[in-house]
Design a protein around this ligand. Structure first.
Ligand code: OAD
Ligand code: ZN
Length: 246
């Protein structure tokens, strides 16, 4: 059930910013980080997701990332991703700001996507920064090395202790500040600075809506909390969005 307040906001909004986390991809079969079968229950982040341990043990980290690449390549965007791609067509300004690295927003058709934590389908050289496609990486040796300088190649994802990509962050803050409606979807909202975006939006006057299976630290601040699966709720919002311009 969508509230009449949100329906009227959707009908008149010019600018929408959407902030997504692992929960939006859960219905596609990507495990979340902190749920009962979350990834961090099985692996210690300090062992797998930081640069020093990568350089100490690139075999282990690459084994894990190749495993994740294989899983992510085999799954599909779900109706939540597709609904956001459809909504983008209906508003003057629309941005998806995602903490996910799974590339499912782009695969669903979203165009303006700010990837705060990188993209698992990209890789780059730790020595010279050159980018490498997945195909060669997956078919090549256990630990891939740069064809130009011989340094180790790493996945283009943000690890613990690393800064977010500055340009992406700046665009995300601008989108949050300029949003009439801000949707926070499927994120526990505990990893900063990403988790500050809903608060930035709220302070700038956005109508903040949280969509999650359960309440989070953001719930008390949000103007509205919709409890449920994003793959079921987001398609229900689409009919209330303005019509596609002719
Ligand atoms: P979490 O695993 O912390 O949170 C996932 C959230 O999604 C939880 O609040 C769930 O209740 C909710 N959820 C699960 N299934 C859902 C569904 N079908 N519909 C709606 N909500 C659902 O994942 P994130 O908040 O994305 O960072 O985690 C943030 C960051 O922590 C990640 O980007 C990653 C990790 O450390 C880096 O790798 C840098
Ligand atoms: Zn190189």
């Amino acid at each position: 059930m969508i509230s009449s307040r949100l329906i009227s906001k959707l009908r008149t909004a010019e600018s929408v910013a959407v902030f997504t986390g692992a929960g939006i991809s859960a219905e596609s079969g990507v495990p979340t980080f902190r749920g009962s079968d979350g990834i961090w229950k099985k692996f210690k982040p300090e062992e797998l997701a930081n640069f020093d341990s990568f350089m100490r043990n690139p075999e282990l980290v690459w084994e894990w990332y190749k495993h994740r690449k294989t899983i992510i390549a085999s799954i599909q965007p779900n109706p939540g991703h597709t609904a956001l791609a459809e909504m983008e067509q209906r508003f003057r300004r629309f941005a998806v700001i995602t903490q996910n690295i799974d590339n499912l927003h782009r695969r669903a058709g979203s165009k303006t996507v700010y990837e705060l934590h990188g993209n698992i389908e990209r890789n780059y050289c730790t020595g010279c920064g050159k980018f490498f496609a997945d195909a060669g990486i997956m078919a090549g040796p256990e630990v891939p090395r740069c064809t130009s300088c011989g340094s180790i190649i790493r996945p283009d994802v943000v690890w613990f202790g690393e800064l977010l990509p500055a340009v992406v962050w700046d665009k995300s803050v601008k989108a949050a500040e300029g949003a009439g409606i801000f949707l926070s979807i499927g994120t526990s909202g505990v990893v900063y600075p990403a988790a500050s975006l809903p608060l930035i939006a709220k302070r700038a006057g956005a109508y903040v809506v949280e969509i999650n299976l359960e309440r989070t630290d953001l719930s008390d601040t949000a103007d509205e909390v919709i409890l449920g699966r994003s793959g079921e709720i987001l398609p229900q919002l689409v009919p209330y969005c303005p019509q596609k311009p002719a």
